[in-house]
Design a protein around this ligand. Structure first.
Ligand SMILES: [Mg+2]
Length: 206
């Protein structure tokens, strides 16, 4: 069945966090290094921070409560003012004959600033920022709400994102079809979901 709506993730789906990450997170990385407790894992931590919500990374590497809170305080007030470009195949997304929704997890101001810098607001019917620092809502809650309010059947919607543990999992739990956008082959072990490396491949859903 042809899809009526697509729900996109933002980070590493619309653009590459690595393209801005070293600059954007410089003060956060400095804070973690200065804590003196994560020297051995610092490269893996940096990589994870560019791919997962900070709270998930902090828990995974057992950051102290103090370091976690300092990181959250820093990220709460962080915005991005530099250049930022969507992936080159993003142009393809604009031409897909479906309503588009953007649902992203992260700090409100930071996510807003990146969306503004890319100028992509107009490409989406609705934009939702799930901020774990201020709300217990999850992507799954937001997906369910988008479907209900817009009166879509589960089979009419597609979820596209890069994280098997976030939007892909939420979609599956709700019974929505999902596609893993794995541009840089970060998830070679994931075989339980259809994978694409270019948005052109979404044409088969119409
Ligand atoms: Mg993502």
């Amino acid at each position: 069945m042809s899809k009526k709506a697509i729900i996109f993730d933002l980070d590493n789906t619309i653009y590459s966090v690595h393209s801005i990450g070293d600059k954007l997170f410089a003060t956060l990385f400095q804070l973690i290094i200065e804590s003196g407790k994560h020297d051995n894992d610092i490269d893996a931590i940096k990589d994870d921070i560019m791919r997962k919500p900070f709270q998930v990374v902090a828990a995974h590497y057992s950051f102290s409560d103090e370091l976690t809170q300092k990181g959250i305080d820093l990220l709460k007030n962080l915005t991005y003012r530099g250049p930022i470009k969507p992936f080159s195949d993003y142009q393809e997304v604009k031409h897909l004959p479906a309503e588009k929704f953007l649902v992203t997890t992260g700090f409100l101001k930071l996510q807003q600033s990146k969306i503004e810098r890319m100028g992509i607001e107009k490409d989406f019917k609705e934009i939702h920022i799930v901020d774990p620092a201020t709300s217990g809502k999850t992507k799954k809650d937001v997906f369910a709400d988008v479907l209900k309010r817009n009166k879509y059947n589960f089979s009419e919607v597609l979820v596209v994102g890069d994280d098997p543990h976030s939007e892909i999992k939420a979609a599956k739990e709700l019974g929505i079809e999902a596609v893993l956008y794995d541009k840089n082959n970060y998830q070679p072990a994931t075989t339980s979901v259809k994978k694409i490396v270019d948005f052109k491949e979404l044409r088969v859903f119409f």
